[in-house]
Design a protein around this ligand. Structure first.
Ligand code: UDP
Length: 254
């Protein structure tokens, strides 16, 4: 499918104009960044894996009635999505202490939380995506109270569903980050899940060994990043047992 004008390039993805008004093409790059761009690498095949994993998860979530921006996958690196106005928040949902929460509150990584916790960060690279409260969000008009209520309810549904999906394949969902957008349909505006859900945006630990199967392998120099992402795709049944070669074979596709 012919891509239109490039309209945005982020750290791991590029957005192009889509074939029809109201659509965009989301292209998954192999670039990995961490610590607000201080650490960078190109990981062969990561974009292909994230495109497939995010497609699978968005379709499953759509199947339980959760509104998403996803329309369909176009090829190994691209998916067709609905154009939305991104709400400038990174919405984090946590089940187990890890990462920045462990540092901030002095909690041991792996400690169970008393209940699932939702946090908001203001999407702003220059500021390093600072943690903000609902007061900041409404005061600065980043989202309305109704939108915050919708975001919380949707994120808890995503968490329930993904916790079950991953636990069924021997993976513990520690935490994840999602983003939402405003979908304008005539007179109405709907809050829909946008961006991606992949091992770049989740913490996924093997349920028995505790092995990390997510971007922490890159952040913490553990190696085997794309192998871990392939393992997640294999367990979800996206690529065949012992497979993965076909993903890398398509790796040259731009
Ligand atoms: N996360 C993300 N993008 C970000 C920041 C965090 O996808 O810019 C995800 C991260 O992969 C993890 C969860 O959000 O699954 C919580 O991340 P945390 O706040 O612990 O940040 P980190 O330790 O990665 O700095």
């Amino acid at each position: 499918m012919a891509k239109g004008r490039k309209i945005y390039e982020g750290k791991a993805k590029i957005l192009y104009e889509g074939p029809e008004p109201g659509t965009l093409i989301q292209y998954f790059k192999d670039d990995a960044t961490a610590f607000n761009n201080e650490k960078r690498a190109v990981l062969d095949g990561k974009g292909v894996l994230n495109n497939r994993i995010s497609e699978f998860i968005m379709l499953q979530l759509g199947g339980i009635g959760l509104p998403t921006h996803f329309i369909r996958r176009l090829n190994m690196r691209e998916q067709l999505i609905k154009e939305v106005e991104i709400i400038p928040l990174e919405v984090i949902c946590r089940n187990v202490a890890a990462g920045s929460l462990s540092k901030r509150l002095g909690l041991e990584e792996g400690a169970a939380l008393p209940r699932s916790i939702i946090e908001f960060c203001y999407k702003n690279d220059e500021l390093g995506d600072p943690l903000v409260s609902e007061e900041h969000i409404t005061a600065f008009n980043w989202a309305s109270t109704q939108e915050i209520d919708d975001i919380i309810a949707l994120t808890l549904r995503v968490n329930d569903f993904l916790t079950g999906l991953f636990s069924g394949v021997g993976i513990k969902l520690i935490d994840f980050k999602v983003e939402y957008g405003r979908l304008y349909e005539g007179e109405t505006v709907r809050t829909v899940l946008a961006d991606e859900i992949s091992p770049d945006s989740c913490r996924l630990w093997d349920a028995s060994s505790g092995e990390k199967l997510d971007k922490d392998r890159f952040r913490r120099d553990l190696g085997g990043v794309t192998e871990a992402y392939s393992e997640v795709a294999r367990r979800l049944g996206i690529i065949k047992e012992g497979g993965g070669a076909e993903i890398l074979a398509f790796n040259g596709e731009k």
